[in-house]
Design a protein around this ligand. Structure first.
Ligand SMILES: C[S@@+](CC[C@H](N)C(=O)[O-])C[C@H]1O[C@@H](n2cnc3c(N)ncnc32)[C@H](O)[C@@H]1O
Length: 208
């Protein structure tokens, strides 16, 4: 007898998530933990020190209570889901609570920032190509976007394509988010030291 289990074999939506509920619920409680180990934080800080413009205005996209930025940069604006976390972030000059999965548009003027960083969070975006088109809009020409990630995540909140991919495929995926938006000089690199694996994908908004 033929079995009708078509439903069981349906591929999941690549940008769906196990927990499809409003992110406001998951992020209602502050989580003041570091999501990567000290070695990975130091490697990221070192990369930022070499690649972020000093004195420039920086947007920390998907921000929490730590931004991992070297001293002396800024002013820094945070955008994330939990105000208590961002209020406790000594590197943020200002912050806004904004759900990118509900509203991928960024609440900033165009050409507002000299750099955008997004640390260990890109896997939670349901509309990443749209969000990075917004990143492109709010960046000034010739300014960098730096996306970093490790191999850790909250699995129920990461998009399916991320959960089913290897670290090498994560790099290709994020690279595609930037290339789809015509960022220039898109490059991927691994900055793993002794702790968590750490990867960076960066690009530059083209000159107008
Ligand atoms: C793993 S934490 C990383 C926080 C910080 N970037 C860091 O390096 O420690 C994930 C962050 O993504 C943010 N986030 C998750 N979903 C979001 C959404 N839908 N819109 C905006 N931010 C979101 C949360 O506020 C949270 O701070």
């Amino acid at each position: 007898m033929a079995e009708n289990n078509t439903q069981d074999h349906k591929l999941p939506d690549p940008f769906g998530r196990l927990d499809a509920s409003d992110d406001a619920l998951f992020y209602a409680t502050p989580r003041k933990v570091t999501h990567i180990e000290q070695g990975a934080i130091s490697a990221l800080q070192h990369f930022y020190a070499e690649n972020l413009p000093s004195g420039g205005e920086i947007l920390d996209l998907m921000s929490s209570w730590r931004s991992h930025l070297p001293e002396g940069l800024g002013p820094v604006t945070g955008l994330g889901m939990n105000s208590e976390e961002m209020a406790d972030n000594p590197q943020l000059d200002t912050f806004t609570v904004h759900n990118l999965n509900k509203m991928p548009l960024l609440p900033f003027e165009e050409n507002a920032f000299d750099a955008v960083v997004c640390a260990v969070s890109v896997q939670y975006l349901e509309h990443p190509v749209h969000v990075f088109s917004e990143v492109q809009r709010v960046l000034r020409p010739n300014s960098p976007v730096i996306v970093s990630f490790s191999n850790r995540c909250f699995p129920t909140k990461a998009v399916n394509i991320w959960r089913y991919s290897t670290s090498s495929q994560h790099q290709d995926l994020v690279r595609m988010y930037l290339e789809k938006n015509a960022f220039h000089q898109v490059s991927t690199r691994e900055i793993t030291t002794r702790d968590d694996p750490m990867y960076i994908v960066s690009g530059v908004k083209p000159h107008e």
